[in-house]
Design a protein around this ligand. Sequence first.
Ligand code: C5P
Length: 413
Amino acid sequence: MSEISYMSDGPLDRVRVLLGVSGGIAAYKAAELVRRLRDAGAEVRVVMTANATHFVGVATFQALSGNPVRTSLWDESAEAAMSHIELARWADEVLIAPASADLLARIAHGSADDLLSTLVLATTAPLSVAPAMNQQMWANAATQANIAILRQRGVRVFGPAVGSQACGETGEGRLPEAHELVAALVAARGSRLLDGVRVLVSAGPTFEDIDPVRFIGNRSSGKMGFAVAAAAARAGAVVRLIAGPVALPTPAGVERVDVRSARQMRDAVIAAASAHDIFISAAAVGDYRPQMISASKLKKSGQPLALELVQNPDIIAEVATLPKRPFLVGFAAETDDLERYAQEKLERKGLDMIAANQVGESLGFECGENALLLLWPGGREQLALADKGALAQSLIERVAARRTAKLEHAGNP
Ligand code: C5P
């Protein structure tokens, strides 16, 4: 068996990796990376920037990947074989190694001026970048700002490593070794607990309009729901995110539907619910809305103003009554008597699990950290205070386990 033959049960078994190589002396290390990715079971297609071709030849990557290498948007024969849009759709993972300072700047700002940056915009696959550059260029405020933008969008950043550099300097900016990059990619993909499972997530607040300029809202930031959607996608799920009005970037690989009011959220959730295996309702749905939305801006009258409010539909409770209902996970944000109220909601709404969190001073809403108490029929588990990303990951692991237990129980009553 040759070293680069296809490994059927490696940690990246059949994963389609689009490897982007940008210009920098570390580009030569990407050749070893292709071999390592294939050893791990991945199928690899390489896209090089024009600058990268000054460092390594196309033929090297062609031979190692076993696939044609693309370098330009304007290669008609290559476009005819697999267009850049098909290539973007083909990828399960996009990994850019090395990612030069210039490439990071271009993708941070959404430019699409060559094939690689265009693919980054066109794909829904998770994106990982492994920056490599001179240590001063890495430390430069512009590069750091670009990296911060990318991280905030859910782009994974591998490295850079510290050590001696090709330019003779020593510092932070080296490309991690090929085996380290493969390990980072495998770890970032998580345990694929929800491979192919369809997960619907609601997130954020709802806004209930009073008139064209005013609304009733709440302090939900949407961060927890977005983190849950991202964690589900990392676990291999096909994720649809119904988002209330928040200014958060869409997590990689997630299909997003934006809504504003509780009734719009209800319609989007009900339309999708039966086609999903799991519904995680992290949205803080407004309980009430004004009975009437005034068509013109309400004026001060010098008198008290009474708003007549009517109750909104309880979305998750309605999903629980559907003939083909998904596994249902609710959230309960409480200021006091957390466990008692959460337990009561679990039962009343007919949920499979509820994630309860204490809200109040510096906890819960509008912040990056949280602690969750998970309750399900017959069990409970406390997840300690952690950032919302880590907490979302733990939640997804518990949801996958409880759902499997429920399915097994249904199969063997
Ligand atoms: O009743 P309460 O709002 O505390 O319940 C919280 C859970 O119910 C959350 O999962 C929330 O997304 C969901 N919910 C809903 N529709 C509502 C109110 C809450 O789906 N109208």
